[in-house]
Design a protein around this ligand. Sequence first.
Ligand code: GDP
Length: 304
Amino acid sequence: ETLDKGLEKSKTSFFGKLSKVVAGKSKVDDEVLDDLEEVLVSSDVGVNTTLKVIERIEERVAKDKYLGTDELNKILREEIASLLSETNLGEETEFTVPQDKKPYVIMVVGVNGVGKTTTIGKLAYQFKKQGLNVVLGAADTFRAAAIDQLQVWADRVDVPIIKQSMGSDPASVAFDTLQSAVNQNADVVIIDTAGRLHNKVNLMNELTKVKRVMQKVVEGTPNDVLLVLDGSTGQNAFEQAKQFTAATEVSSLAVTKLDGTAKGGVVIGISDQFKIPVKYIGVGEGIEDLQVFNKFEFVDSFFK
Ligand code: GDP
């Protein structure tokens, strides 16, 4: 029920608009489809994904000849779940830490302000609750505040953090962090990185170097590159996903701030467009407010 609560705004808005679309209508006609398109786009599902959904519904209307509006919710739900299936495999997709892959290294990327530090803190807390030893690495050395904020979370969760002074080489921090994790036989390493998008080549070079140095310490790392996106920023989140996927190989997504937005549809669009699974969603500022993304629950929360 926390998911329902967290997604209250997305839910009421999306569902509210959806019920208006079919109000007083007995069948799915062009007008209903046009209105539906508008609802999806305004919920930030994204134009491409919206058109895909509409096309699929049109096909079903054509096949069934007469499609009642009662069935629209059901069909919409099936189509959205099927779009998400292509990236999320229908399972809960939280990070699992194989014992033969210790330390399991997660490199976290994303621009400032999206909730990167908060997500790292919440993740560390979840791992710790599972009995795993976590080490944080403050490789966002561009801003002093980033290091300080990560320290605050390290203290709160009570996990070690490896850091250097502001302006030091991020790759060197990553190296120290992995070395320390190996020495203390840690299970999980979470590395924060700077997300300055103003220079794509620099971003790419920096992330590539950080990865290369990690591999020197532990082969095959990072095991995951987690991109954090702010779900309340709609099209900006799409743009950031585009830039980061061009700069580095992103393997999973965390979409934050879904508690404060009427635009939860962004999760559907981004997952569909980039074919990268959404692993976590942020539904608040608290330490517990990170949920493993479950597509069935997510889609259902819109239609309940
Ligand atoms: P960073 O610059 O990307 O590291 O961003 P921070 O982690 O410092 O977060 C920026 C702001 O967003 C802070 O005030 C966080 O409390 C807030 N925040 C992060 N995640 C969420 C979320 O899921 N929901 C809400 N409501 N706020 C969040």
